[in-house]
Design a protein. Structure first.
Length: 185
């Protein structure tokens, strides 16, 4: 199956299966996040199979799709592997544990492109964390996810424009949070 065809299949799948609205943003469809992750990967020069994985990175968790279905649709072994590395165990109900296990899975995979995909995911989430309904969720992005990804992705991405974008997103959002704290809000 051609690259363009797989891109169309992925886009249709994401639009059809990732439904609902982004937390705190009732005007924004949830699936748009997946398109921004793929666009960011493309903009940073990643290959098509990595870009497709970026588009599909939430399809298992949020779209009820299996890795086998992705293989059956014709996605490459590499694309499916990257989706797997970006996916937490949907059967684990403890959100903190499953996130820690996902980070551990990434660390053990030693895969630069998997780190790039998750960094693109985090950048988009950092850029939207101000809209999250609970201060605790915003704090988790800024006090936990941001610093962990800055440290763990450094060996893989430190000399890239993508890493600089992560640093900028984290710094911008952390600065805004601390300005609010200092103003007493």
């Amino acid at each position: 199956m051609g690259r363009r065809r797989l891109g169309d299949v992925a886009a249709k799948l994401v639009r059809a299966r990732i439904r609902g609205f982004r937390k705190g943003m009732k005007a924004e469809r949830l699936h748009l996040h997946s398109f921004r992750v793929a666009t960011r990967l493309r903009r940073h020069g990643y290959r098509q199979d990595v870009v497709l994985a970026g588009l599909l990175h939430d399809i298992v968790e949020d779209g009820g799709t299996t890795l086998k279905e992705l293989r059956d649709l014709g996605f490459s072994t590499r694309t499916v592997r990257l989706v797997d590395l970006a996916t937490h165990d949907p059967n684990d109900t403890d959100k903190n544990r499953r996130w820690v296990l996902l980070v551990e899975k990434l660390r053990h995979a030693n895969d630069r492109e998997a780190w790039a995909l998750k960094v693109c995911d985090l950048i988009d989430n950092l850029n939207g964390c101000a809209t999250l309904p609970m201060e605790e969720r915003r704090r988790f992005f800024l006090d936990v996810k941001g610093p962990i990804f800055l440290r763990l992705s450094y060996p893989w991405l430190s000399r890239t424009s993508l890493y600089r974008e992560l640093v900028d997103a984290f710094t911008r959002n952390a600065a805004e949070r601390y300005r609010k704290i200092l103003r007493g809000r």
